[in-house]
Design a protein around this ligand. Structure first.
Ligand SMILES: Cc1cc2nc3c(=O)[nH]c(=O)nc-3n(C[C@H](O)[C@H](O)[C@H](O)COP(=O)(O)OP(=O)(O)OC[C@H]3O[C@@H](n4cnc5c(N)ncnc54)[C@H](O)[C@@H]3O)c2cc1C
Length: 434
């Protein structure tokens, strides 16, 4: 099939989003001679350019940063990419696969159109036989309803809006959420000299390095990142597991609640209420920490067991377990924002994908997209969601397997749906009748 054979406005596949997922699918489609376009509302790697804080580095090591037929080739495989490096890495990949990206094109609606789809953008309408939604898993920052009860004098920011400590008003900061984002922001803001309170609910503890190897090496060796969506008992739960307390820095230091306590961050329980200028915290901090310690211990047990039955055990450092989380005897249960000069609250409370433009009966009662490992409906696919096909699905290195499998499924769909299933674009009809 030659590019543009059917004229403008019609193609076989529309890919929405030019992050790494959409670009990897584009590479697969090109390798299989499938005509397609990639529609991107901003620029290639837009999320990394515009939706992350300045100091962020990947928490996955460089050796793990790979896409189909493309990997990190620099001198520091154990390092962690900065944002400019990630942007360059992905932009170069777009060139490597020759992705036909239409930038500054926002998809406003996708709906079924006969056996194909109609894709409405702010530029024009498209007709196609299949759609791949690669708009990212982090489209909307989760903000609990109680955020609305904060006093007007306190600035409320999501982690997507936070860029650097200098952007904050003077005074203390309450960071809500102690997963990867929350612990990293609490650490950076505390280092800028501010008082920081960190509200921790359920969280996942992980040492950066265990027995001399990076934790991502262990997770890979133990097959944990390759676990499939159809092999876990409780998939809904697995998809909701928070990101681990992990940071990628040149020092390869562990960033857990103990490290933050040592630096003067005040750890409290989950936020359960906001009332009359006071924030209330759950009394379950001790339990949450005990649970995180227990789960970390089980994970390290599994790593040790793996080492026992493997040849590399001799090359490892001796077993040394992280200390249990230190929890204050009486964790505070309330914070008077004005009295304690807390001027900013940052919500590091997770994200959800944005499918507000998808006009199809493919959502469950809670508004979540229904899909079977990324297959949403005939000809409709999604990429890059948490634990979509595998535990690694939302990570860069997870795209390769998912794209290969979903791309193969998509090729089968194209064989079944005839080319004339794409109804003519109204624009084309007008042009043809002149
Ligand atoms: C703080 C943070 C840290 C992370 N750290 C790591 C890490 O260390 N290692 C790792 O592997 N992964 C990491 N991830 C996860 C993951 O790699 C990223 O979320 C990644 O950006 C997902 O890639 P993607 O291509 O699926 O989506 P995105 O990169 O989000 O790309 C989606 C693209 O779709 C576009 N788009 C969205 N809606 C529309 C629309 N309606 N019309 C047109 N275009 C649209 C967006 O502009 C964007 O360019 C991190 C994520 C976050 C949030």
């Amino acid at each position: 099939m030659t590019r543009g054979a059917r004229g403008a406005g019609a193609t076989d596949v529309i890919v929405i989003g030019a992050g790494h997922s959409g670009l990897a699918m584009s590479g697969f489609l090109s390798a299989n001679s499938v005509e397609h376009v990639v529609l991107e509302r901003g620029e290639v790697a837009n999320s990394w350019r515009h939706e992350r804080w300045d100091s962020l580095r990947l928490l996955t090591p460089n050796w793990q940063s790979r896409l189909p037929d493309y990997c990190y080739e620099g001198a520091d495989p154990d390092g962690f990419m900065t944002m400019p490096e990630v942007i360059r890495f992905i932009a170069r990949y777009a060139g490597f696969v020759g992705a036909p990206v239409r930038t500054a094109t926002t998809v406003r609606a996708v709906r079924q159109d006969g056996e194909g789809f109609c894709v409405v953008t702010d530029q024009r309408e498209w007709r196609c036989r299949a759609v791949v939604m690669a708009g990212g898993a982090h489209g909307i920052a989760n903000l609990p309803p109680l955020a609305a009860a904060l006093p007007a004098a306190v600035r409320s920011l999501t982690s997507k809006e936070y860029r650097r400590p200098g952007q904050l008003d003077d005074g203390g900061v309450l960071v809500v959420g102690a997963s990867a984002t929350g612990v990293q922001l609490a650490d950076e803001i505390r280092a800028s000299g501010r008082e920081v309170v960190l509200a921790a609910g359920e969280h996942i503890r992980m040492p950066r390095v265990y027995r001399g190897r990076d934790v991502q090496w262990w997770l890979t060796a133990a097959g944990i990142l390759d676990q499939r969506f159809d092999q876990v008992e409780d998939l809904v739960r697995a998809r909701r597991i928070p990101s681990p307390q992990l940071v990628g820095t040149p020092s390869r230091a562990t960033l857990d609640l103990n490290a933050l306590t040592d630096r003067g961050v005040n750890i409290v329980g989950r936020v359960v209420g906001v009332n009359a200028g006071k924030v209330q915290f759950s009394g379950t901090l001790r339990n949450e920490c005990a649970m995180a310690d227990l789960k970390q211990g089980r994970m390290l047990d599994a790593f040790d067991a793996l080492a026992e039955r493997s040849a590399f055990t001799a090359a490892l450092e001796p077993v040394q377990r992280p200390a249990p989380t230190r929890v204050p005897e009486m964790p505070r249960l309330a914070l008077d924002l004005a009295r304690e000069r807390i001027r900013t609250v940052i919500w590091a409370t997770g994200f959800r994908p944005d499918f507000s433009w998808l006009q199809a009966p493919v959502f469950d009662a809670k508004g979540r997209l229904r899909h079977h490992g990324g297959i949403v409906a005939p000809g409709l696919y999604v990429l890059g969601l948490n634990f979509m096909r595998r535990r690694k699905s939302s990570f860069m290195h997870g795209a390769e397997d998912d794209v290969r499998e979903l791309g193969t499924h998509l090729l089968g769909h194209l064989e079944r749906v005839p080319e004339h299933a794409i109804r003519q674009n109204p624009d084309e009809r007008v042009a043809a009748s002149k």
